[in-house]
Write a protein that binds this ligand. Structure first.
Ligand code: PLP
Length: 436
């Protein structure tokens, strides 16, 4: 693409495209979007011919790197046979194969796979499952329809899951419409307080609570807030004791981001329901799954009025399902998580080093995720991280921040030389901001 063609494309974009998570007024006045032409492995290539290291795995999806040849091939082959069919009263090999494969990887006790097409709908399906399950089973005199989630949580953007969100910028405009949810203190801030508050809430209100919903170990979009697995262990015990379902949202943390396939595997617990998306289809197509235990699945058996009347047009899409199965094979064949351990250590060492710098607070890491805070201001609308973003981009790395939180979530199989360059770019860019 010539510079003129690039400029024209951006001009057309500004006339017709409404970008997500983007203040459009500012964008239309001065926004200079990256124009990406192609991607491969851990690199994005823009219209100016620059090669940019993707420190974000493109919104946490391309965990096997961009355009993994086996995934592209699987997509090609499947597209020649069957691109789409409904999954209501119909089945196909890709859906069955994927369901079997993901259940073989799932935490113990999960027995059935419900398909949808993104992280929000995977959690939304989990919420509806929980509410209808209790409507058909609860012996409580009250309706079990309330949810518990964490301050700083993020579970997606559909209206249902917006209620669970603990980030005010995302929830506030819709607060008057959202369903009853208690936002509990986060264990990433104070473990003891978080556990006490959870127990109090369950003691007081379990009769009307359908489920506790958690991002296990890392609260991602809320600012990469990391907490210890003790919370999961205690939460599991309490949910069982008080007869409340435990839903884990592994949309960000699943598929090895935290160093194990599922974040909940660090604690050895099993939830009643797990939502998974993003890395599950390797960044090729929108595809998601909600895995339910046999207790939940069996709760919908019986006459037709007890069925789960829920589904999205593209749920179980054969292209997505075929890719998702291939993703799991690549994890096994290429020992993706095992081989990421050297990068995990490099990220850990890097963020420890960064924690020594004046102006950096709360540098932390877990698995293939590391983060630090710049200055004291908190919240998604802070601008500190964007200064680092601009400087890093000029040096050849894409590190989209969350307010003042600068974080790295590269592909799990990022080559060591790319990781080294990425860490160096982030260090130089953070230094420049701290010195300015
Ligand atoms: C933990 C978590 N759950 C749900 C979602 C929503 O996923 P999607 O954007 O695919 O709807 C996200 C997205 O970042 C997420 O991080």
């Amino acid at each position: 693409m010539t510079p003129e063609e690039r400029a024209q494309l951006v001009e057309r974009d500004k006339k017709s495209v409404w970008h997500p998570y983007t203040p459009m007024d500012e964008y239309r006045r001065s926004g200079q979007p990256l124009v990406i032409e192609r991607a491969s492995g851990s690199r994005l290539y823009d219209a100016d011919g620059r090669s940019i290291i993707d420190g974000n795995a493109s919104w946490w999806t391309s965990l096997l790197g961009h355009n993994h040849p086996r995934l592209v091939k699987a997509l090609q082959l499947q597209s020649e046979k069957l691109c789409h069919t409904s999954l209501a009263g119909v089945t196909h090999e890709p859906a069955v194969q994927f369901a079997e494969a993901i259940l073989a990887h799932a935490p113990p006790g999960l027995s059935h796979v419900f398909f949808s097409d993104n992280g929000s709908t995977a959690v939304e399906a989990a919420l509806k499952m929980a509410v209808q399950y209790w409507a058909q089973h609860s012996v409580s005199t009250q309706k079990k329809t309330r949810f518990l989630s964490l301050e700083g949580a993020f579970h997606g953007d559909t209206l249902g899951v917006t209620a669970l969100g603990g980030v005010s910028a995302f929830r506030a405009p819709f607060a008057s419409l959202t369903m009853p949810t208690v936002h509990l203190p986060s264990p990433a801030v104070d473990m003891e307080r978080a556990l006490d508050a959870l127990e109090d809430e369950l003691k007081r209100g379990a009769d009307s609570i359908a489920a506790l919903v958690l991002e296990p170990l890392i609260q991602g979009a809320g600012g990469m807030l990391i907490y210890k697995d003790e919370y999961l262990i205690q939460a599991r015990k309490m949910c069982t004791q008080y007869d409340v379902l435990l839903i884990l949202d592994e949309v960000f943390t699943g598929y090895g981001r935290t160093g194990k396939f599922w974040a909940c595997s660090h604690s050895g617990i099993s939830p009643d329901i797990v939502a998974t998306a993003k890395g599950l289809s390797g960044g090729l197509l929108p595809f998601a799954a909600t895995l339910a235990s046999s207790k939940i699945f069996d709760g919908f058996l019986g006459d037709a009025s007890r069925a789960f009347y829920y589904g999205h047009t593209y749920c179980g899409n054969p292209l997505g399902a075929r890719i998702a199965t291939e993703v799991l094979s690549v994890y096994e064949d290429e020992q993706v998580i095992e081989r990421s351990q050297t990068s995990v250590l490099a990220i850990e060492k890097f963020f420890k080093k960064m924690s020594q710098k004046n102006g950096v607070t709360n540098a932390r890491s877990l698995g293939m995720c590391g983060a630090l805070n710049l200055g004291q201001g908190e919240g998604y609308l802070e601008r500190g991280g964007w200064k680092v973003f601009d400087l890093a981009l000029a040096r050849g790395a894409y590190v989209r921040p969350l307010g003042n939180v600068v974080y790295l979530t590269p592909p799990l199989n990022i080559p060591s030389e790319d990781l080294r360059s990425l860490l160096q770019i982030v260090e130089e860019s953070v230094n420049e901001v701290l010195e300015s």
